[in-house]
Design a protein around this ligand. Structure first.
Ligand code: ADP
Ligand code: MG
Length: 400
C-alpha cells in the first residue's frame, strides 16, 4: 500500500479541493514508503470521492490513497458495547466491550461475545476485562488490543489498511483522555483520527435537526453512564454525565435478590432479569420469571420466581437518579431552548432506553413528550457514521 505525502494538481500546488473528477493529480510518495518517487493518477470519476481524497491529502499530508474511501470506519466505543460502522456497509461489528486475557502468557484469548460468555466462568489464569469503565478508558492497553482486533476484523485481515477513524467519546472527556483515545486509535493503525462527542453522535443518529437554532434534549443511557445533553446549532449547550447506567441497575438487582431471597446471582443473570422484567412504571400486564442462583445459606443451587413489581422496586433507586438527571437538565436549560422541548420532547437512546415504560415514567414526571430512537443500541454509531459521510458536518462537529 502506498502513502502520499503531498498532493498537487497538474503540477501546480493549487488548493487541491478545486480538483475535478478526471483531472491529473501528482502525488509525492510518503518518504517512509518510497523515498524518491512521485506518481500521476487520475482522480476517481466520482467527484465526491475526488474532493474527499484531495481534502484529506491537503489537510494531513499523508493518506493511504488506495484505502481512503472504502475503509473508513466509525466507532462507538461504549462501556458495554463497541459498534463499528463501515462506509457503504452499515454496522459491521456489534460486540460487548470485553476482552479475555490469559495472565500466564499475557495473550488475548477472546474478544467481544466470546469473552462475555467467559465472564464469571474463567479458570484463575484467564480474566475477562472490561477496558472501559464509567464511560472512560480504564485500561488503555486492553482498549487498544480490542480496537485493533475489531479494526482487523472489519478489514477481513486482507492486508494492512490504515483507515480514517471517527470515534464517539463521552461528552465529559478530559483533554488527557481525549489524547489517550486518539493515541489508541493511531496505534491500532488508523491514518487519521477524529473524535465526536457521544451526545452529538446520538443526536445526529437520532436524526435530530442539530444545526438549527432550537433545543434538542437527548438522554443516552449506556452501561456505565447516563448522558443528558441539550444541543442547538451544532453545539452542546448543556451536558451532564452521571455514573449510573445499565450496570448500576444490574448491581441493584443482585443486591435485592441477595437481601430478599438469600440468593446469589451473577452479573449476566442480573442483566437478563433486567431485560426480561425490568420496568420504570407499572406494566399493563404483570410478568414473572424463574431465576436460578446459589443459596447463600445452604450453598446449593436454588430457583425462585420474581415478579415485575419486585424488580421495579429493586431498580427504583438508580432509575430515580436517572429521572432526576433529566429533570435537572430541564431546569438548567435557558428558557428559550427549554420552550422547544414542550413540542419536540426528550429523545431517549442507549440500551437503557429499552427498560420498559421508562418513557412513560419520564413523561409523567416532566410533563414533556418522550420518544425512543428506532434502534437505541446503534444510534451513536449511526450518528458517527453519518458524520463520516459528510465532511462539512465533520468539520463542524468534531472535537478540535
Ligand atoms: P454503552 O454505550 O455504555 O456501551 P449501550 O448503549 O450499548 O451502552 O447499552 C448497554 C446497556 O443497556 C447495558 O447495561 C444493557 O444491560 C442495557 N440493555 C440492553 N438491552 C436492554 C433491554 N432490552 N432492557 C434493558 N436494558 C437493556
Ligand atoms: Mg453509548
Amino acid at each position: 500500500m502506498l502513502h502520499y505525502r503531498r498532493a498537487a494538481l497538474g503540477g501546480l500546488r493549487q488548493r487541491p479541493l478545486l480538483g475535478s473528477p478526471g483531472s491529473l493529480l501528482i502525488l509525492e510518495h510518503c518518504v517512509s514508503c518510497n523515498p524518491a518517487a512521485s506518481s500521476r493518477v487520475r482522480l476517481p470519476a466520482r467527484s465526491a470521492h475526488g474532493s474527499q481524497l484531495l481534502s484529506t491529502c491537503y489537510r494531513k499530508g499523508a493518506v493511504p490513497v488506495l484505502s481512503a474511501f472504502s475503509n473508513d470506519i466509525a466507532i462507538d466505543l461504549g462501556t458495554s458495547n463497541t459498534l463499528v460502522y463501515m462506509k457503504g456497509k452499515g454496522v459491521v461489528v456489534r460486540e460487548p466491550s470485553i476482552v479475555a486475557i490469559n495472565k500466564k502468557t499475557d495473550k488475548v484469548e477472546a474478544v467481544g461475545k466470546e469473552a462475555k460468555e467467559m465472564l464469571g466462568r474463567t479458570p484463575g489464569h484467564i480474566v475477562a476485562v472490561r477496558p472501559l469503565k464509567d464511560g472512560v478508558i480504564a485500561d488503555f492497553e486492553v482498549t487498544e488490543q480490542m480496537l485493533s482486533y475489531f479494526i482487523r476484523r472489519v478489514h477481513n485481515r486482507r492486508f494492512l489498511v490504515r483507515p480514517r477513524i471517527i470515534i464517539g467519546v463521552p461528552s465529559g472527556i478530559t483533554k488527557v483522555e481525549e489524547r489517550a483515545v486518539r493515541d489508541t486509535a493511531y496505534r491500532a493503525k488508523a491514518s487519521e483520527v477524529y473524535l465526536l462527542e457521544e451526545a452529538m453522535s446520538a443526536a445526529i443518529g437520532a436524526g435530530l435537526p442539530i444545526t438549527e437554532p432550537s433545543g434538542n434534549l437527548i438522554v443516552d443511557i449506556g452501561g456505565g453512564t447516563t448522558d443528558v445533553a441539550v444541543i442547538s446549532m451544532a453545539g452542546i449547550v448543556y451536558s451532564r454525565s452521571i455514573r449510573v447506567g445499565g450496570n448500576e441497575l444490574d448491581e441493584a438487582l443482585i443486591n435485592y435478590i441477595k437481601r430478599n431471597y438469600n440468593l446469589l446471582i451473577g452479573e449476566r443473570t442480573a442483566e437478563n432479569i433486567k431485560m426480561e422484567l425490568g420496568s420504570a412504571y407499572p406494566l399493563e400486564q404483570e410478568l414473572d420469571l424463574e431465576i436460578k442462583g446459589r443459596d447463600l445459606i445452604e450453598g446449593v443451587p436454588k430457583t425462585v420466581t420474581v415478579t415485575d413489581r419486585e424488580i421495579r422496586e429493586a431498580l427504583s433507586e438508580p432509575i430515580s437518579t436517572i429521572v432526576d438527571a433529566v429533570r435537572m437538565a430541564l431546569e438548567r436549560t435557558p428558557p428559550e431552548l427549554s420552550a422547544d422541548f414542550v413540542d419536540k420532547g426528550i429523545v431517549l437512546t442507549g440500551g437503557g432506553a429499552l427498560i420498559r415504560n421508562l418513557d412513560v415514567r419520564l413523561r409523567e414526571e416532566t410533563g414533556v413528550p418522550v420518544t425512543i430512537t428506532e434502534d437505541p443500541l446503534s444510534t451513536v454509531v449511526l450518528g458517527v457514521g453519518r458524520v463520516l459521510d459528510d465532511i462539512d458536518l465533520l468539520r463542524r462537529v468534531c472535537l478540535p
